[in-house]
Design a protein around this ligand. Sequence first.
Ligand code: G1P
Ligand code: ZN
Length: 542
Amino acid sequence: MIRTVATTPFDGQKPGTSGLRKKVPVFQQPHYVENFVQSVFDSLEGFEGETLVVGGDGRYFNRETIQKVIKMAAAAGFGRVMVGRGGILSTPATSCVIRKHEAFGGIILSASHNPGGPDGDFGIKYNVGNGGPAPEHVTDAIFARSKTIGEYRISDAEDVDLDTPGITRVEDMVVDVIDPVEDYAELMGSLFDFGAIRDLFAGGFTMRFDAMSAVTGPYAKAILEGELGAAAGTVVHGEPLPDFGGHHPDPNLVHAKELYDLLMSDKAPDLGAASDGDGDRNLIIGRGLFVTPSDSLALIAANAHLAPGYKAGIAGIARSMPTSGAADRVAEKLGIKSYETPTGWKFFGNLLDAGLATVCGEESAGTGSNHVREKDGLWAVLMWLNILAVRKQSVAQIVGEHWATYGRNYYTRHDYEEVDSAAADALMADLRGRLDGLAGQMIGGLTVEKADDFAYHDPVDGSVTTKQGVRVFFTDGSRIVYRLSGTGTAGATLRVYIERFEPDASRHALETQGALADLIAISRSLPDIEGRTGRKAPDVIT
Ligand code: G1P
Ligand code: ZN
């Protein structure tokens, strides 16, 4: 039976960079999940009888929420829910399933790389029919609805057995429990030269993939160890755990330190890789060399034609504004366009749908292509394997040749986490207030060429998104960018992105923080980070 339940609005159900993210206890409040899910459904039109894809990264509260979503989808009039077995579907796999089965949309339960468990984070994100995150006009409508909601509708049916594949019903709606890996693995097989990668592994190539006890474990095991013949044990931390084993499932040099240390040791395999909580981020480390995500994007763009799915070449490259300009240099050489978008994958959707861009990426370890509408961790790893298999060189050789050809963009991001929100807002407001006066000023030995607050004009739908980050450009081509995170759940996170282009190949082997030392000092003094936040140094450096 379908029940209508009276409710009152909650404050702050505003989707951020990537869906609604809060601490688990916030989501556990009675009606909290239901209010948000109903606000999503109330903001959509024409889904009667259509398919909704539902899955998550397996974190704490995943299963309970999936049951609610299924029962509410039945009450709302969806015709079918496709849900991953065990409630598991990586974010890119969800995008793949939505597209392949022409679903109306999907609901992804994840807080990505944020920690999980009873005191950890949780999140709900709505994706539209192209498989990508809902665009801003949809997320704005969801937020507006959440402020006025007075009731929601839910079936009082028994819980669905999520562990047994096959078809059941909730009210009139079909529930199809699907293998979470199958469609995704098939798509990967159509894009990459699995034969060449199999030969690579058969020839003794070694790799470690750290799934960080998160969602990619089953995907990596099936594809790398199963289809591609990588040695058993290549995938470590391969079982998704509700609390990710107590770690941050964030594939960066801080949280994937064990992997990094291995790759820097004399026991290093040829390739080290990792993915995050929901499987959309990636980390690529060669023997003795970490590949920055910005460089990885540029390298993938330059070499994509070596993979069968991209052999005709790529149409364009899109990167988020804070991502380094390395990819732009590749676009220039290939004679294709590069696009600079605000942070967050949702801004790539229009470019991909319109065929303007084929490959896109963010400095935050997100890389992907037009094969789905999310960034895709395992895709990036398979692309690297395909490139390594064809070029028959080491990661370090390939990166070295790339820098020699295009120059090197030294790049780092400094994060100041859980800063007092008011202090962070004041810091940004102060910077914004000083933008006009910065040009021409000499700071820390460098001269400011121009400074602005990034605004994006979407070339496809004409929409304009403002206040996307303060950029300070220097006359030597260096750049510092400031923005506040839109994914945090406690206080504010100030992200500072620092970049310098170095064309001279004899200066390509410097240590990054050293090569950027003068800019790093300016990045702190210009907005007086210590005075305003009390922080002498960042919490995380990537
Ligand atoms: C962060 C990253 C951004 C990414 C997002 C979702 O957002 O910076 O590139 O798209 O996570 O994975 P932020 O916290 O900076 O708003
Ligand atoms: Zn993620």
